[in-house]
Design a protein around this ligand. Sequence first.
Ligand SMILES: [Zn+2]
Ligand SMILES: [Zn+2]
Length: 175
Amino acid sequence: MIINLSEIMSVKGKVEHIQAPIELKYFSLEGNDYSFSEKSLVDLTITNLGERSVKIEGDAKVSLLIPCNRCLEDVETFFKLKITKDLDLNYGSEDRIKELDETNYINGYNLDVDLLVYDEILVDFPMKVLCDEDCKGFCKVCGTNLNKSSCNCEAPDPDPRMSVIRDIFNNFKEV
Ligand SMILES: [Zn+2]
Ligand SMILES: [Zn+2]
C-alpha cells in the first residue's frame, strides 16, 4: 500500500494513525519466494516533526513459511516487526542514492508500506531455520525424510581415501 504523506506534511505537529494492509504476496529473497501464513495490518503512526521531517512508527506481525535447512519441510516462522524511522524529506531520492542511504520505501511524498515491511523482515530474516533441533534430515543415498521413516541404506563412505587405505591393507594381507 502506498500512503501519500502530502496532507500530513502540510501541518506541523500533525499526527496520523493508519492501519495499512500488507500487500506483499511473497517475501522474495535470493530467488526464493516465501509465502505468508499470517499477515496483520501495519499499525502506523506518522508524525510531522516540522521542517519536512517525519517520524514513522509501526507495528506488525507476520509469519513466513521457511523450509527447514535439513529436511525442507516448511516451518512457520514468526516475525514481530517494530518500525521506527525518522526521515528528512528535504533529501530527494537522488541525494539518497548519492549518500548510499537505502531508504527505498519513500519516493517523494509517497510511503511504500510493503517495501518498509520488506526491509524489516530482511533485517530479522534467520540464517538458518530448523523444524526441530534434532531434525534428522534426508538420507543422502535414497532421499528418504528420516524424520518420517527410515531406510536400509548403508551410510556412505565418509572419505574416499579410506577405501584406498583399506585396499592397501587387504593387499598386504594377501602377501
Ligand atoms: Zn527438518
Ligand atoms: Zn536411504
